[in-house]
Design a protein around this ligand. Structure first.
Ligand code: FO1
Length: 310
């Protein structure tokens, strides 16, 4: 069963891990990852969502934060701080190796997708992880204080400014990474991970050709909103600031015309009929991935359900 997962952020990485473990062959999974969060810092190319997905699939992720590496130390950051340098974006010593080597290879002219594939091989990841594009598509957050680059909004400002919208710079002319559209076209199903719809999934869907490649196949979205709250991050706050109460139903409305299937948490069972009224098939189950085993259980439920309902 070949499956594509669209993912960004910690929730996306956890779900992709569950799907990888639920499939009998991890090579049947392609994860297409958001690159809108990517930026340059200290002259290094940082790709937070790609790294979070790769580290998680490799079981190298920091369990306390969800991002960065397990067993991390912070000696370089401490030394930077002592020099009065910027320490707001915390780059761990082990994590820095990823940014150094990626930046060296990008400067030598290699595409991000190839570098990511090679890193995955080195880390023992057998699923395919693809940046949605080899070109930068930086997310700009439109706020009541003006436009902010994504990491300035997210980490430096702790997602406090009120959002009014988003812009993915250059996305109109971004080419999908080699193999991304073919993976979507050949997939038996596409799963939209419980990632932030506005800043993790929309930048993937905005790349020309991605939506079209998903047409006509089962597309199942898992709600990142449970009981009116985001499991992690600003998704609920963003819904409110954009004028919609944060509910699983609001997520389903966001994916109307694209998702054929929708997964709600048991806490949101009361919204099942309203989601079905949008023309989607629904599955109500426990979606909180509080342990690695729960990620696999959720993925198994979704895959089994799709097998019998698509
Ligand atoms: N998130 C934070 O809240 N604070 C950090 O200092 C931080 C550092 C960081 C370093 C590497 C990396 O891959 C991710 C990092 N993140 C940090 C997470 C990341 O910026 C966001 O979670 C994502 O961009 C949102 O999906």
């Amino acid at each position: 069963m070949s499956i594509v997962v669209l993912a960004g952020g910690v929730g996306g990485a956890k779900f992709a891990y569950g799907v990888m473990r639920a499939l009998s062959d991890p090579a049947d999974l392609t994860v297409i990852v958001n690159v809108g969060d990517d930026f340059e810092h200290f002259g290094l190319k940082i790709c937070p969502d790609l790294d979070t997905v790769c580290y998680t699939l490799a079981e190298l992720e920091n369990p306390a934060t969800g991002w960065g590496r397990r067993g991390e130390s912070w000696r370089v950051m401490e030394a930077v701080r002592a020099l009065g340098g910027p320490a707001w974006f915390r780059l761990g010593d082990l994590d820095l190796a990823t940014h150094l080597e990626r930046t060296r290879r990008l400067r030598a002219g290699q595409p991000l997708s190839r570098i990511t594939a090679d890193f995955c091989r080195a880390w023992g990841v057998r699923a395919r992880v693809l940046p949605v594009s080899d070109q930068p598509i930086p997310t700009m957050v439109l706020t009541d204080e003006g436009e902010l680059p994504f990491q300035e909004y997210f980490v430096r400002r702790g997602w406090q400014p009120r959002v009014r919208g988003f812009r993915f710079v250059g996305v109109e002319s971004a080419a999908p990474a080699p193999g991304a559209l073919a993976a979507l076209r050949e997939a038996e199903a596409v799963l939209i991970a419980p990632s932030n719809p506005f800043v993790s999934i929309d930048p993937i869907l905005a790349v020309p050709g991605v939506r079209q490649a998903m047409q006509g196949k089962p597309v199942a979205a898992i709600s990142p909103i449970i009981g009116g709250q985001a499991v992690k991050g600003p998704a609920a706050k963003m819904f409110r600031e954009l004028g919609t109460p944060p509910t699983a139903h609001a997520v389903a409305v966001h994916y109307r015309g694209l998702a054929t299937h929708f997964v709600l948490d048991a806490q949101d069972q009361g919204q099942q009929a309203a989601v079905e009224a949008l023309g989607m098939l629904t599955l109500v189950t426990d979606t909180l991935m509080t342990t690695p085993q729960k990620r696999v259980t959720l993925a198994n439920r979704v895959l089994e359900w799709l097998k019998h309902n698509s």
